[in-house]
Design a binder for this molecule. Structure first.
Ligand SMILES: *[C@@H]1O[C@H](CO)[C@@H](O)[C@H](O)[C@H]1NC(C)=O
Length: 411
């Protein structure tokens, strides 16, 4: 986040200029995204209950907030846990109006340089996508009219005149025709950027087993993503499988996702984030802290696609004192402060939160039974391809299967 956040900052000051990439920087490896909206730590009251969005935005240890979640798309509806209590129903729709969020999104963007995304899906999403690509395109157009710039059209506007910085996809069950949906959003965002200058992002949160079953149709070279944050938790390929002191990881598979970025992704400059739980109870497995987490972050940073850390979620990381600051420090971003004239703006972006409970709790055990025999490669992990120096023998009964000159995996 460095220069772009400064641009975003001044864009916010000079109201005539659009804020561009308020926080996320595609040239930085110290971005930190923290999900807000699910209150996954689970406190109903008190300081550890999820607070309104603006409560968190002064914290310079992170720069991206995906709002979780838009839980239905065809007939759009939102769920922000206890924050929904501060919203009121919009008649004629299943959406609610959230004046506090309208205010806080603007404050977080213009005062604190945060990138605010709307995350679509979540583990409770059950619509299964769309029956046709035409239905997907029309739904995307509708979602854009609701959450994109306010054109004065007669549509519900949960965030009023505030405009998010893009969309995040977090699907955890099979969804159909999602590339058409994502590409229509991308197209509408690009058109809008051409007239207003405001930049928009598309991101996704696949789970670490490669390829991600739910999001793969979008990740298979069909949709241009700016970043993906891989959920390295609740699975055999998560942080808990990281082996210190070796560049060839058997199960922890950041290398596989780096390879995806370079050889499969439609956008070869896509950033891959290390998605982590923000607290012990934030995920079924995969929570790491201290020197272990520092070592995993250092290892992940050796890959050129590395863009930073994603944490599930805000409530969990705020209940885990010191964790967010330690992530920021692990990323190697000392709290930088840029002084420009009389204006002081912190440009630090770190990583702090995390807890992943709601996102992936349904997929926790996917592959935990897979053997971790040293020297052999587990199901869905890379076992060959040009430049590959890791293991080439799959754990029984899997077979190393050629997918491209760049990539073979155990299936
Ligand atoms: C709900 O509104 C109250 C009163 O303004 C505020 O203190 C609280 O933080 C809000 N809660 C959430 C979760 O947004």
């Amino acid at each position: 986040m460095h220069s772009t956040s400064i641009l975003g900052f001044f864009g916010g000051l000079l109201l005539s200029l659009p804020t561009a990439y308020a926080g996320f920087s595609s040239s930085s490896s110290t971005n930190v995204a923290v999900y807000w909206g699910q209150n996954s730590y689970g406190q109903g009251t008190g300081s550890l209950a999820q607070q309104r969005l603006s409560y968190y935005c002064a914290n310079s240890d992170f720069n991206i907030i995906p709002l979780a979640f838009l839980i239905t798309i065809a007939d759009p509806s939102l769920n922000f846990a206890n924050a929904g209590n501060n919203c009121t129903a919009i008649s004629g729709s299943n959406l609610f109006s959230c004046p506090q969020l309208e205010e806080d999104i603007a404050t977080c963007q213009s005062t604190y340089g945060k990138t605010i995304l709307l995350s679509v899906g979540g583990s409770t999403y059950t619509e299964g996508g769309f029956s046709t690509s035409a239905a997907a395109v029309s739904a995307a157009t509708n979602i854009w009219s609701i959450f994109g710039p306010n054109t004065g059209a007669n549509v519900p506007r949960p965030f009023g005149d505030s405009v998010i910085d893009g969309f995040d996809f977090d699907f955890e069950s099979t969804v159909s025709n999602m590339p058409a949906f994502a590409n229509q959003l991308r197209s509408l965002m690009t058109t809008s950027t051409a007239s207003t200058g405001k930049q928009y992002l598309l991101t996704a949160a696949p789970q670490c087993p490669y390829p991600d079953s739910a999001d793969n149709p979008m990740l298979a070279g069909t949709v241009s993503f700016d970043a993906i944050w891989v959920q390295f938790y609740n699975n055999y390929c998560g942080l808990n499988s990281y082996v210190s002191g070796t560049t060839t990881q058997n199960n922890f598979n950041f290398a596989t996702w780096d390879n995806w970025a370079k050889t499969v992704s439609l956008n070869p400059n896509v950033k891959v984030f290390l998605g982590i739980p923000g607290n012990t109870g934030a995920a079924g497995s995969g929570y790491e802290s201290g020197s272990t987490l520092a070592s995993i972050i250092a290892y992940s940073k050796t890959f050129s696609s590395f863009g930073g850390v994603m944490i599930w979620d805000m409530s969990q990381v705020y209940a885990n004192s010191g964790f967010l600051a330690s992530v920021a420090s692990d990323l190697g971003q000392a709290a930088a402060t840029t002084t420009t004239g009389t204006v002081v703006k912190t440009t630090t972006t770190a990583t702090t939160l995390s807890t992943v409970t709601t996102k992936s709790s349904t997929t926790t055990t996917t592959s935990s039974a897979v053997s971790t025999t040293t020297g052999t490669v587990n199901q869905w992990n890379q076992c060959g391809g040009e430049g590959w120096t890791g293991g080439t023998v799959c754990v029984a009964p899997y077979v190393c299967t050629y997918l491209s000159v760049w990539y073979s995996q155990c299936e």
